[in-house]
Ligand binder design. Sequence first.
Ligand SMILES: [Zn+2]
Length: 675
Amino acid sequence: MDSKWSDEEAAAFVERYADRCNADLALRVYSSRLIGSDPTLVLHGGGNTSVKTTANDDLGREISVLCVKGSGWNLGDIEPEGLPAVRLETLRALRGLDKLSDEDMVNAQRTRMLDASAPNPSVETLLHAFLPHKFIDHSHADAILSLVDQLDAEQICRQQYGKRLGIVPYVMPGFALSKLAAEVYDKDPEVEGLLLLRHGLFTFGNSARESYERHVRAVSEAEEYCARRRYWSTRKSQLPLPAPAYERLAPTLRGLLGEGERRYVLELRSSPNVVDFVNDSQLEELSQIGCATPDHVIRTKRFPLLLRVGDQQGAALREHIASQLIDYRKNYNEYVSRQMQEKGLVVQPLDPDPRIILVPRLGMIAAGPTPKAAAIAADIYEHTIEVIRNAEAIDRYQALPEGDIFDMEYWSLEQAKLGKQKPLPLVGQVVYISGAARGIGRATAQAFAAQGAVLYLVDREAGPLRALASELRCRCEVIDLTDEQAVRQSVRHAVQCHGGLDGVVSNAGIAPQGAIDEVSTAELEHSFAINLYAHHWLASEAASVMKAQASGGFLLFNASKAAFNPGAGFGPYALPKAALIALMKQYALELGSWGIRSNAVNADRVRTELLDSEEVRARAQARGLDVDSYYRSNLLQREVSSRDVAGAFVQLALAPSTSSAVLTVDGGNIAASPR
Ligand SMILES: [Zn+2]
């Protein structure tokens, strides 16, 4: 890698941040971003940086401080606020202590902060404080890991770096590591940085540029070292699995992976690098050595699950995955018990489910409670593959023993990084919504997102659909609901994106009008295509996914008051809507034994774009009402909003014992009440 330092850019940062921080901190922000924007150096909140500078305390005195990366910030887009100031003098004095527990260390750091509301400083703060240099940079660069994750790491590192970098044996981050690193440095203050075995790289300097460029140089040399030895023998005789294999595999895997309340979304990665790795004849051995750097364990678990599914389908596929998962979970639980016994402590075991699943001929599947968590696990493991490949090219890849990994996995300071999962009822549930771009569909998408659901939105209108999907940070697809293949294909796309499906809100509809004795067959057929068949195609395709998952699910249909209480001139609309109620009941009847619930919402007089305003005005006039009164002409004398309808969909999604029900959202209308 090359240095990306630019004096002009650096000066621009100093100028840009002049009214928010001093030049030291502005330069710290600049070079932290240089490091953070390169995924071969740091990933998803990994790595940390610091600068020793001065700040004014609340009495106006100038004091020495360490500004160090705070938790929750990524180096790639860090701001001065992401580098909270900690009083340096008393922080350094902690080195005199013999011991300091993790809790006491966190407390010691917090009580020395200048701003009580700033984020917690990095768990590696003391390491930064105990070293004398003004600027310090720390990463878990892939190429460095390939050298430090070796059976004979010390000799390899010595051979490459001579005395330029100090070598620190593995100790878990915290007080003990900080002291050890400072001792290694003290023995040879000429070093430009420290290699932390099985962990990563620290470099330092008197200027931001010096520390950064020493970092780049050390990583470049590691890259060249790897490149000189690189070879990779794969047995490419294995044909890749055909694409539908993932659509078959994913729902079965996803259903078995989620137990009880736990649900996972899946992400498939099948880049050439990944496929090469999963096809390697040594996969069994290489994938079961362990994490490349210890803090990956909370994202990927210690080992991936290896699934050799080949061309299996149906029950055989299900049995194979189930038995592999039983073994995986058993091994995980045994590892936790073994470690608790060895260490004489009691912890609440984390879930025993794998986060990375390697499938020869297909690729890697990452699992997480959210799409983001799955993507982070996938990113980390893609880099792990790179580290393993390079390490094996050099000599032998070696990871930490399980005792050290356990310490890291169950370290409260690491678990804190995952954040407290909000107890939202639909977390991890994938919900497909049709007609999502506007009106009721849009409100429904927002309501499901607020309950934690992972959404897949479809509509025929690209503009508003994409805007909503970007607002809700979810996937979307423009489809034509009159095209059966397109509808079915879109459900399969949702499965490709997230691994499966837990619910469908079949909402899209049109409202054609016409006298029943005059309406043409073509007009009627068009209405049936969208107001009935599209619902059926969607439900039928979703049902096959839900059956493969075998973890229940819900189908929700947007019916209409017209299904029970038709209006003159609305035949082309009312007929398919009445049939839709029958469709909903048929699904409830035939899929109930699978735990799949089928329900409908009957709404009326919701102000949406389905009916144009002229039409509404005419209807209101015919009843001698103005438009607003028209919307309020119900028992409650209350206008029904799209959000009310959306709320009804959410309630039905969350009603575990309700199936074949019609929930009315019309402000009260006796004539239209279903029974
Ligand atoms: Zn680290």
